[in-house]
Ligand binder design. Structure first.
Ligand SMILES: NC(=O)c1ccc[n+]([C@@H]2O[C@H](COP(=O)([O-])OP(=O)(O)OC[C@H]3O[C@@H](n4cnc5c(N)ncnc54)[C@H](OP(=O)(O)O)[C@@H]3O)[C@@H](O)[C@H]2O)c1
Length: 250
């Protein structure tokens, strides 16, 4: 049995990735605060399994109970487990010195702590049960360059890249059949871009550039990007620890 655990499958890239996984006949386990009802219909149409778990990934208590339950359930009969650590938040969009502490903590929990702890749990289960686990951490070009107003987002995505490269190196050294990669999706037409465009110039110096991306039709559809992502992770030749970029795949 093949499973795909996708965080943030309620909308945007995660919802499209779930649709593509279901079309491949893979059982999708969605983890987000809200459920996307179209996934259930897509699963029925494809004859694939689908389960949703409501979970706020910024809550330690919810995270522990939901992810532990998923792991103990699926590793009983899994052959391959795909994990897509996709859930993400851009806020706080604000210059350092004006950051809201609670938004900083939520960003670190959702963008960084959750992918690390999910990877840790699933790699532990993979070792115990001899199951192959393929983990994809969704990152951003913002991991590689400073963007004014995005200090927390740039920092958490940069740390996700370093975690991916390090864990990938360890798996490679151990001769494991499991893989950890990162995937940089480029700019997509999702709710995250709506949040970015609604920022003020005082908080986000480049806001007009991002407004122009929308007006000029430069944002890719999440369906196109998710197609490339799912094709990548289902391929057999993934390079452990590599940061894959959508522009090199389309
Ligand atoms: N859009 C872009 O241009 C762009 C560019 C580069 C990288 N990325 C990355 O791509 C990934 C997907 O982005 P997107 O544009 O599809 O974002 P989006 O449309 O804003 O969707 C974000 C997803 O994350 C989930 N999420 C947010 N906070 C959560 C929480 N506390 N607990 C559980 N789930 C939570 C949301 O689900 P609920 O609200 O239902 O919880 C939603 O499904 C992110 O990692 C993002 O950083 C996006």
């Amino acid at each position: 049995m093949k499973y795909a655990i996708i965080t943030g499958a309620s909308r945007g890239l995660g919802a499209s990735a779930a649709q593509h996984m279901l079309a491949e006949g893979i059982h999708v386990i969605s983890v987000s605060r809200k459920e996307n009802s179209s996934l259930k219909q897509a699963a029925e149409k494809a004859g694939a399994g689908y389960t949703h778990h409501s979970c706020d990934l910024s809550s330690d208590v919810q995270f522990q109970s939901v992810l532990t339950a998923i792991a103990s359930d699926i590793f009983k009969n899994a052959e391959t487990v795909y994990v897509i650590n996709n859930a993400g938040v851009i806020e706080p969009i604000e210059v350092a010195g004006e950051l809201d502490a609670s938004l900083v903590q939520t960003n670190v929990q959702v963008n960084l702590t959750a992918p690390i702890l999910i990877s840790n749990l699933f790699l532990q289960k993979a070792k115990e049960t001899g199951t192959r686990v393929i983990i994809t951490n969704v990152t951003s070009g913002a991991a590689e360059r400073p963007i004014q107003g995005w200090s927390i987002y740039c920092s958490t995505k940069a740390a996700v890249n370093m975690f991916t490269m390090t864990a990938g190196l360890e798996l490679e050294s151990n001769g494991s059949s499991s893989k950890v990669i990162a995937f940089s999706p480029g700019i997509m037409d999702t709710d995250m871009q709506v949040t970015i465009r609604s920022s003020s110039e005082e908080s986000f110096a480049d806001v007009n550039t991002f407004r122009n991306y929308k007006e000029s039709g430069s944002l890719r559809s999440p369906d196109t990007v998710a197609g490339a992502l799912v094709k990548l992770v289902l391929a057999e030749n993934l390079e452990n620890g590599k940061i894959y970029k959508v522009n090199d795949l389309l």
